[in-house]
Design a protein. Structure first.
Length: 320
């Protein structure tokens, strides 16, 4: 393969830039040329293609966001849109495509493979950690660390005023950000889409913690369940302690990637290009049991994300 394309798509995630760098540098190592496609599939359809050289990716390993920018693109879901995307690839002599994004972006890559025979490699770049085939997605660790920083600060003020903090984190269908940031911050309660919550049980746990000498409580809620504002209103009807909502919001998507995310980015990007260099396409890369793996893209997108109930029970046992 002489020339490959690279795009970032869907929601941005810290570590995408580090992955872009790893893809470009590995490709150059193998003597391949790289074309960057700006604004995800929208840029592929609209022919926003730029050359990527060794120095195009200097000084970005530590930066959040994505240098190639990203977009959501409904046109990519249409026959005409996909045909136009393929025309752009042909125009630039791009023989294989690396797609950094979440499951939606992988579906786009899969359709380019399935319907047009374009070899694609997917790199899981999403803060949600909502892909079953990989233990971690790129950006998740940094996003959770951002939540921890904010929850630590909330704990200080909640304890001073003996309040309950309801903290809303991202996760429409997947509660992993809430689960990990809840456990790692010492939150007493997490509320996730995968487990039905019981307000009486939550109030009982709060009362029990107060009776044992605790002066504050943290409840981490995933956005997919309800907003922090709504949950606060419900909870306030059931407790005399004062409850305060905080929505962490888009801060979770930004910031310098953590060591863990930079390491994933380096390995995912490198592996993706190694595969293309070996003439292998239609795969996604990931990490499982601390080993970098690759898997058929069709299989990966059909797997349903499971929730780690053991970790959820761990929180129930150690946070009180
Ligand atoms: P995140 O997990 O951060 O939301 P994502 O990659 O899942 O990232 P989506 O908005 O679901 O984000 O998808 C990104 C883009 O991928 C869409 O805007 C669309 O262009 C393309 N895409 C999604 N699903 C399909 C599909 N079934 N066929 C073709 N393209 C698709």
């Amino acid at each position: 393969m002489k020339r490959i394309g690279l795009l970032t798509s869907g929601g941005d995630a810290p570590g995408m830039n580090a992955a872009i760098r790893a893809v470009v540098r590995t490709a150059i190592y193998y003597g391949m040329e790289v074309r960057g496609i700006e604004r995800g599939y929208a840029g592929l359809i609209e022919d926003n293609v730029i050359p990527m050289e060794m120095r195009s990716v200097s000084d970005i390993v530590q930066r959040g966001g994505t240098k190639l920018r990203t977009a959501r693109c409904l046109e990519m879901m249409t026959k005409e849109g996909k045909a136009q995307a393929v025309k752009t690839l042909e125009k630039h002599g791009i023989e294989g495509l690396v797609v950094i994004g979440g499951d939606g972006s992988f579906r786009g890559a899969k359709s380019l493979t399935e319907e047009f025979g374009v070899p694609t490699i997917g790199i899981p770049g999403t803060i949600d950690n909502d892909l079953e085939y990989t233990d971690y997605t790129l950006g998740f660790d940094t996003a959770v660390n951002t939540c921890l920083d904010i929850i630590n600060k909330l704990r200080d003020t909640m304890t001073s005023h003996e309040r309950i903090s309801v903290v809303e984190v991202m996760g429409r269908h997947c509660g992993d950000i809430a689960l990990y940031s809840g456990i790692a911050s010492g939150a007493e309660i997490i509320v996730v889409p995968e487990v039905k919550f019981d307000m009486d049980d939550i109030v009982m746990r709060i009362n029990r913690s107060r009776a044992s000498g605790k002066h504050s409580n943290i409840i981490v809620i995933a956005e997919g369940v309800m907003s922090a504002e709504e949950f606060t209103k419900e909870l306030q009807k059931n407790t005399t302690h004062s409850v305060r909502p905080t929505c962490i919001g888009h801060v979770q998507r930004g910031g310098s990637p953590s060591m863990a995310d930079r390491m994933l980015a380096a390995q995912f990007g490198n592996k993706a290009v190694r595969l293309l260099n070996e003439g292998v396409g239609n795969r996604v890369v990931g990490i499982r049991d601390n080993k970098i793996i690759d898997m058929d893209i069709f299989e990966a997108v059909s797997m349903k994300k499971t929730f780690n109930h053991e970790l959820y029970e761990t929180l129930q046992m150690i946070s009180m």
